[in-house]
Design a protein around this ligand. Structure first.
Ligand SMILES: *[C@@H]1O[C@H](CO)[C@@H](O)[C@H](O)[C@H]1NC(C)=O
Ligand SMILES: *[C@@H]1O[C@H](CO)[C@@H](O)[C@H](O)[C@H]1NC(C)=O
Ligand SMILES: *[C@@H]1O[C@H](CO)[C@@H](O)[C@H](O)[C@H]1NC(C)=O
Ligand SMILES: *[C@@H]1O[C@H](CO)[C@@H](O)[C@H](O)[C@H]1NC(C)=O
Length: 583
């Protein structure tokens, strides 16, 4: 593709908000990795298959020198740099992706963690052993030169080594890390968990919040807030209350960020409630998906583009990038350009915060600080009331995202609709059995390979037919809280379905994936902005959790956990044993 002409570039720069009065502040400050003409020229030239590649490349020189050389090049070519020259420039001034990281074998990795012995099926036990081995492949450490010359890297320095998701994700991510840590604790690697926690706490100290991931281009947005829960899991596992005492103030700081910058008031029946939403009021295309965001904006009138970019970033902050969930209620719910993340009050975000408030009040109680414990207990109480008033639907037996502009709930199915069960954010256990009925009514239990992300088949990755590990965990552990054996049995069957899908794909491909396509007998997932990635941190974490919890019953065999309804009907009619039916 030819480089754009100067005229076009200028037009685009104007469109990108650099010349417009309503410009939102840029995503971050780096004139190379976050905004500016160099980023624009390189990304729009589409030299790489994935826009993330360029913004991950370290510099060979100081950014000022690189910019000076670039400005010379730009003026030599009158802002229309031929592709070959641009490539040569990159080769001379940038290093290959991943140079700033080295692989790291966790020091607390050991051969036979105890939980493996709880897994009865020998094939599943062997598989769990291989997943345990994978921590060594996913371990990374930042090289010291990033500390010495942070300006030459988009990677944010972190003092302690960590586990990454894998594939294109060479750095650590916020909400992914929670499920990674659950797996690490089963692998008896609490020192690794502590280091990762310390990295997150350091980010809160430096930036006031946990960024989406450890790159400068992720700085202005966060991800689903699970830091308090991470701390809870670590402290429960180790009894390291000294670490909790030292860092409780930083946890509070993170929750302040959500309270101050992500609050939204909602009125209903004459009362006003405060809840939270995802909201990222920063302009410009996301640097790591620059050309896609820029081209998407071309479909809109100039005045609407900054808002589109902000809503895309809010979608990324939700962790669900992207999904029909954030398009609902717009005049064009099939177009990503109608994304309106910040206009919805999400069930899962509020459940996560409700849980964090509960944990904080317990933490403060255990540290003997009653006034702070009271503060968080009150915050949780207020949130419970607000969630019941705004998000809960008694008739349907679930919670639903609230659409602020249309003044109503979004009644589509998403596993996140049951997040309050998982997060212990309810006051009456009877809601758990209502949730089972909700799943039955939504026909979710007919899917044999995993719980779908939504029932809308779009090209987005957080939609049907993709299924994601953390969402399986939300539903399974939510249902498992029920005192009813029937509901608990459904939780087990859902776990069995998910384990089988992951195990079958692993048996074929020797790899774990970030998501699975459940429409096709269970395959690596697809859709969205990039190719499906192997690794994979949170998928491994959830599999290990399920194998730990249900290891005495789970099977690697091929019998379907929920027989297809028509087979079931046929079996009843013919009184055949189910095991004789085709699978
Ligand atoms: C640079 O490009 C612009 C726009 O295409 C053109 O108007 C101008 O004459 C060019 N300048 C030079 C020195 O070639
Ligand atoms: C933590 O403390 C509790 C209560 O004192 C004790 O039962 C438990 O065994 C301890 N766990 C560890 C890992 O030391
Ligand atoms: C709620 O958000 C607004 C900005 O949107 C902020 O000015 C206000 O201080 C926040 N409220 C609280 C209680 O932090
Ligand atoms: C409780 O925590 C708050 C906030 O960190 C602090 O100001 C206060 O002194 C603490 N109170 C006690 C009794 O430790």
């Amino acid at each position: 593709m030819p480089a754009r002409t100067w005229e076009l570039s200028l037009l685009l720069l104007l469109e990108l908000g650099l010349g417009s009065q309503e410009a939102l502040p840029p995503s971050c400050e780096s004139q190379i990795y976050c905004h500016g003409e160099l980023l624009h020229q390189v990304q729009m030239a589409k030299l790489y298959q994935d826009d993330k590649q360029f913004v991950d490349m370290p510099l060979c020189l100081a950014p000022d020198q690189v910019m000076q050389r670039f400005n010379e090049l730009v003026s030599t070519h009158n802002h229309s740099i031929p592709q070959q020259q641009l490539q040569l420039f990159l080769k001379e001034h940038f290093q290959a992706v991943g140079q700033e990281l080295e692989s790291w074998t966790p020091e607390d990795w050991k051969d036979s963690p105890r939980f493996l012995q709880k897994i009865s099926d020998p094939k599943l036990r062997a598989w769990a052993g291989q997943l345990h081995q994978l921590w060594k492949k996913l371990g990374k450490k930042v090289k010291p030169e990033v500390l010495l010359h942070p300006e030459q890297f988009s990677l944010i320095y972190s003092q302690h080594p960590f586990i990454v998701p894998g594939g294109r994700f060479l750095e650590f991510y916020y909400w992914d890390s929670y499920w990674v840590m659950e797996g690490l604790l089963l692998s008896e690697m609490s020192e690794t968990v502590k280091g990762m926690l310390q990295n997150f706490l350091d980010l809160v100290q430096t930036y006031g919040h946990v960024p989406n991931g450890a790159r400068v281009y992720y700085l202005q947005r966060s991800q689903p807030p699970l830091l308090t829960l991470m701390m809870n899991r670590y402290v429960t596992h180790t009894n390291d209350t000294a670490f909790l005492r030292d860092n409780i103030g930083t946890l509070a700081l993170e929750l302040d960020f959500w309270a101050e910058n992500r609050n939204i008031s909602v009125s209903s029946r004459g009362k006003t409630y405060i809840l939270n939403r995802y909201h990222v009021p920063y302009g410009g295309p996301r640097p790591e998906s620059y050309s896609k965001d820029a081209e998407l904006a071309d479909l809109l009138p100039e005045g609407d583009r900054e808002t589109l970019w902000a809503e895309l970033k809010a979608g990324a902050e939700s962790g669900w990038d992207f999904s029909s969930r954030w398009l609902i209620g717009s005049p064009n719910p099939d177009l990503l350009s109608s994304i309106r993340t910040s206009k919805l009050v999400p069930v899962d975000l509020n459940a996560f915060l409700c849980q964090a408030e509960d944990l904080m009040s317990n933490f403060y109680t255990s540290l003997g600080n009653d006034s702070q414990a009271m503060k968080y207990r009150n915050l949780r109480e207020q949130r419970l009331v607000a969630m019941k008033a705004i998000l809960w639907d008694e008739e349907k037996g679930a919670w639903f995202d609230y659409d602020l502009e249309n003044g109503k709930k979004n009644q589509e199915f998403y596993p996140s609709n049951l997040a309050p069960l998982w997060a212990d954010c309810f006051s009456d256990l009877s809601v758990v059995d209502k949730a089972l009925k909700y799943l039955e009514d939504s026909q979710i239990l007919t899917y044999q390979h995993g719980i779908p992300t939504s029932l809308r088949n779009t090209a987005q990755q957080w939609d049907f037919p993709n299924a994601w590990a953390p969402l399986q965990d939300l539903v399974i552990r939510g249902l498992a809280k029920s005192p009813s054996p029937k509901t608990q049995e459904v939780a087990f069957q859902l776990a069995q379905n998910w384990i089988r899908t992951n195990f079958d794909v692993y048996s074929q491909k020797s790899a774990m994936y970030e998501k699975y396509d459940i429409s096709n007998g269970g395959q690596p997932g697809g859709g969205g902005e990039y190719e499906v990635q192997e690794g994979f941190g949170w998928t491994n974490g959830v599999v290990l959790m399920l194998l730990d919890r249900y290891g005495d019953r789970l099977s690697s065999g091929t019998q379907a956990a929920f027989p297809e309804p028509h087979y079931l009907a046929a079996a009843l009619l013919l009184s055949l044993p189910l095991s004789l039916l085709p699978q």
